[in-house]
Design a protein around this ligand. Structure first.
Ligand code: PMP
Length: 357
């Protein structure tokens, strides 16, 4: 039986994507070859890469606006390093908003490059809210933020107005909500949440911000090199890119980001309403900063854990244990998770209440 998969990533993808990807492993485009055995330079794969890169820009509303989409490797974690390498000037300065484990990981990688200013942090309160009152130094080479904090379950609902280039780690909420994406100069995201399997990282970059750091950048870390080679500087992760393309096509056929955003809002409203109504649970983070992708919650009485865990496991739910640094539960409701799965979890929470009270 298919599980109700709440995994934080890698995570659920649409069933039709699993089916089409499986078929391509056996026989890609009726070529008599598997997608796993063809050259990345073959006509069929170059078409996949071109379409995937174009579709990213189309879905984000960034076509013809000076952006390039790249499918790289090394995870979002390598982007923590590539961002300062490509953008921070020698003796330069970068501004970071510290909203969680991944944001602070990005800060650590930037520090050796120059002055790294943390404009605000919610670390003292274990990242349960998004800081809002801060100013970004006008002479910073860029401002970096994390739109959705996968571990803690907070999400930025607005972004600062600034004249410095804005870089955003959107690993866990890209393609989930409408934003004016042209306000960002670089967006990056590991594929393994809303876009595809683990193994590739999407980088969307406004070309005009590149080439200004004055640094000698190793080719493999240089966005300009990747753009010049049309995202094939080295052998790309063929299967991860293909599966990402299938997921992007699925999203386009559903009506794009605006359509999925409505579904995501309904799913989040359903679950948060139950967290708030049910006297046995606590939401973990500030209400106004709640993530629509990752809902974190705890039991008011830890002694009930065994009973609750047995109930959700019996209902076919998988992957809702919280991150080890937070504890409790985390229900990740990425694009491909159907609302029916959220209803199953809500029903389990009600059943649990009936049992205990
Ligand atoms: N940023 C965010 C917001 C994440 O959720 C993650 C992974 N869960 C990362 C960065 C790190 O991504 P990767 O494992 O692809 O390096």
């Amino acid at each position: 039986m298919k599980k109700h998969n709440y995994s934080a990533g890698p995570c659920i993808l649409p069933q039709e994507v699993f089916e089409k990807a499986s078929q391509a492993i056996l026989d890609f485009n009726n070529s008599g070859l598997s997608i796993l055995e063809i050259s990345h330079r073959s006509k069929d794969f170059v078409a996949v890469m071109d379409e995937a890169r174009a579709l990213v820009l189309e879905l984000l509303g960034l076509e013809g606006k000076g952006y390039q989409a790249l499918f790289l490797q090394g995870g979002a974690s390598l982007e923590f390093l590539m961002i300062p390498y490509n953008l921070m000037k020698i003796e330069g300065k970068a501004a970071y908003l510290d909203t969680g484990t991944w944001a602070s990981g990005a800060i650590k990688e930037a520090k050796p490059f120059g002055e790294t200013v943390i404009v605000a942090s919610s670390k003292e309160s274990n990242y349960t809210f998004i800081p809002k009152d801060y100013s970004i130094p006008a002479d910073a080479d860029y401002f970096h933020c994390t739109s959705n904090n996968t571990i803690f379950g907070t999400q930025m609902k607005s972004f600062p107005e600034t004249n410095v280039p804005v870089v955003c780690d959107m690993s866990s909420d890209i393609f989930s909500r409408t934003l004016d994406f042209s306000k960002f100069d670089i967006i990056y995201a590991g594929a393994q949440k809303n876009m595809g399997p683990a193994g590739t990282t999407l980088v969307v970059v406004k070309e005009e911000v590149l080439g200004k750091s004055g640094r000698t950048i190793p080719n493999i870390l240089n966005y300009e090199q990747h753009i010049a080679k049309e995202s094939m500087y080295n052998t790309p992760p063929v299967f991860a890119v293909y599966t990402s393309l299938l997921t992007l096509q699925w999203l386009k056929n559903k009506g794009g980001i605006a359509a999925i955003e409505k579904e995501n809002e309904s799913k989040a409203a359903l679950l948060y309403a139950e967290i708030d109504r049910n006297s046995l649970f606590n939401g973990v983070v500030a209400t106004e900063d709640r993530s629509f992708m990752n809902a974190t919650f705890t039991l008011k009485n830890i002694e009930h854990q065994e009973t609750f865990d047995a109930l959700w496991k019996a209902a076919g739910i998988s992957g809702i244990n919280g991150h080890r640094s937070v504890g409790g539960y985390r229900a990740s409701m990425y694009n491909a998770l159907p609302i029916e799965s959220v209803q199953v979890l809500v029903d389990v929470m009600k059943e649990f209440e009936n049992k205990i009270i």
